[in-house]
Design a protein around this ligand. Structure first.
Ligand code: PEP
Length: 255
């Protein structure tokens, strides 16, 4: 039984005042979230104050990236122990914006995932194909090494969440259909099975991300291998994020 998981990736948005308002909105509206894990990932300057704002609630705190070293001369970077110190329990690794805009490749992401899980935090590890790759029929060819080259038995499955985020659906308003998403989620779970065995793979949450909104969440979350959502744009508005959490709660209570 996998606990449904709804995560918000705030990206580079929100000042402190705006963030406090957003968290207050989520906190106050979070009545329909029993049995759902809820995570928010604000930008790094907000982690300490937002850790205080979510204290005593069920909202967990995550970061959007981390350096693989614990400390050192890496100007502008933040390490996993520092994020843990700030109250994070999760770190997003390998978001397509990190891969495409900041040149992060599988070998580096493998080190980052291990830095996160080795420090006792959970990695929300992202995979997904571009539009050109999908149109060329290469989705599985792209996703397979993203899984196989980065994950392994030395990454504890209890500290791992995988997010399938087709690049063509991120921030575009164009969502994968529930069937398209389920097909890739099923493939990811089979790859996880080859690493962790069927029981291990059955316990790992695989989230869908890419223009998840209140009006399309139920269809996606109703699929058997979709265990939640990684939400970008819609997590910046409390009412929308809450509506996605409610949709998850309803979808999973029906299963
Ligand atoms: C994301 O950035 O992880 C994401 C899924 O964004 P959006 O929901 O805006 O497509």
């Amino acid at each position: 039984m996998r606990t449904p998981f709804i995560a918000g990736n705030w990206k580079m948005h929100k000042t402190l005042a705006e963030a406090r308002e957003l968290v207050a909105g989520i906190r106050n509206g979070l009545t329909n979230a029993s049995g759902i894990d809820v995570l928010i990932c604000p930008p790094v300057q907000l982690l300490f104050p937002i850790a205080k704002a979510v204290l005593g609630t069920k909202i967990m705190l995550g970061a959007q990236n981390a350096h693989e070293a614990t400390h050192g001369a890496f100007t502008g970077e933040v390490s996993v122990p520092m994020l843990k110190d700030a109250g994070c329990t999760h770190v997003i690794i390998g978001h397509s914006e990190r891969r495409l805009l900041f040149g992060e490749r599988n070998d580096r992401l493998a080190r980052k995932v291990r830095a996160v899980t080795g420090a006792g935090l959970t990695a929300v590890y992202c995979v997904g194909e571009t539009l050109a790759e999908r149109e060329a029929g290469k989705t599985q060819e792209v996703v397979r090494p993203q899984v196989d080259e980065v994950l392994g038995r030395d990454v504890q499955s209890e500290r791992l969440v995988v997010a399938y985020e087709p690049v063509w659906a991120i921030g575009t308003g164009r969502t994968a259909t529930p069937q398209q998403a389920q097909e890739v989620h099923g493939f990811i779970r089979s790859r996880l099975g080859s690493i962790y065995g069927p029981t291990g793979a059955a316990n790992i949450r695989v989230l869908y991300g890419g223009s998840v909104k209140p009006d399309n969440a139920a269809g996606l979350l109703g699929q058997p291998d979709i265990d939640g959502a990684l939400v970008g744009g819609a997590c910046l508005v409390a009412a929308d994020f809450l509506a996605i959490i409610s949709a998850a709660s309803e979808a999973f209570s029906r299963q």
